[in-house]
Write a protein that binds this ligand. Structure first.
Ligand SMILES: [Zn+2]
Length: 328
């Protein structure tokens, strides 16, 4: 692997590389950031860098250390909690046993602990003891979406590395270079990913079916604003069946309303759903004056209400009615 295979996070990469080259690698890191930011991928490249025999600013990918990391069988690289469940005390006991042994092949041993906040209290307490007197040849990388969920005594003994959302342009370039993505799809994926790289990759790969759902929901929106209020009752089943993904539906609706506003204000370049531009133009003509902000607020409020367990059906009916009002 190479550092360039993980998009963004340039500051983090620079500082990790520098720490190796200046011999100032910490014994414990916490990689903190939302799911899908590439924490695991970057932890792997960093681990490979530490186990590479010819490291300069990237792992060489030729030496036996690199080859073994790339094929997933380096004896000095330990991935803990790979299935991201609970981390029991016994698992941490195994880590500790191995931490105090000499590395097999390299000068270092690297431990990547996924979802580190899933350690049981017992596991965390046992783990803490290792951090009090860490052996010099071990590097531990804890991955978590929220460091506050770890024991404060663990956090204070590790170096916290915060992952930030990736700029849209960087995501676009990354998708085009690594996935041979068209401009249009890269744009859409970057926009819908909200700065979370793996989300953008999933959109491009079609894993979450987002692009198809987007078409479906834009067409649904068209139907809603071109029908009378009966449609709200007709759609009850649809919304009930899609209750689990209502967040995504609302997000797609928000993007769509934004697009309508862009068209209305002659900001055509900013339109995200370019393949539906004609429809956006038609909708912009139907929208009463500038009601976009009002609608976005309604959608946001609907999403908040659903999260705070307001009656789902009522919240949806109300949202659809308000949408109709603005376009009638
Ligand atoms: Zn190497």
């Amino acid at each position: 692997m190479l550092y360039s295979q993980v998009a963004g996070q340039e500051e983090i990469k620079t500082s990790l590389i520098k720490s190796i080259n200046s011999n100032q690698v910490s014994h414990c890191y916490i990689f903190e950031g939302p799911k899908g930011m590439g924490k695991y991928d970057l932890a792997l490249v960093f681990a490979q860098s530490l186990l590479c025999q010819n490291f300069t600013s990237d792992p060489c990918n030729i030496c036996s250390g690199c080859v073994k990391v790339n094929t997933g069988n380096h004896p000095d690289l330990h991935i803990i909690n790979n299935d991201e469940t609970t981390i029991r005390r016994e698992e941490i006991d195994e880590v500790i046993e191995s931490i105090y042994k000499k590395p097999y092949e390299s000068d270092k041993k690297v431990y990547i602990i996924k979802n580190a906040h899933e350690m049981t209290a017992q596991a965390a307490n046992t783990f803490l003891k290792t951090l009090e007197e860490p052996p010099g040849d071990s590097v531990i990388i804890l991955l978590t979406y929220n460091a506050n969920l770890l024991l404060p005594t663990i956090v204070s003994r590790c170096q916290t590395v915060k992952f930030r959302k990736v700029n849209k342009e960087i995501i676009k370039t990354y998708l085009k270079e690594n996935y041979d993505t068209s401009d249009e799809i890269a744009d859409l994926a970057a926009e819908y990913s909200k700065g979370i790289l793996n989300r953008a990759v999933n959109i491009v790969k079609g894993n979450d079916n987002l692009l198809n759902r987007r078409s479906e929901i834009i067409q649904l929106f068209d139907k809603i604003i071109n029908s009378d209020s009966e449609i709200i009752y007709e759609l009850e089943n649809y919304f009930e069946e899609n209750k689990d993904t209502i967040d995504i539906i609302i997000e797609i609706l928000m993007m769509w309303i934004r697009d309508i506003t862009f068209v209305k204000n002659n900001l055509n370049d900013l339109v995200i759903n370019k393949d539906f531009k004609q429809l956006a133009t038609a909708h912009s003509r139907l929208m009463k004056s500038d009601n976009a902000n009002y609608l976005i607020e309604i959608l946001q409020k609907t999403s908040d209400n659903i999260k705070s367990y307001v009656n789902y059906k009522l919240a949806i009916d109300n949202m659809l009615l308000k949408i109709q009002e603005v376009f009638k």
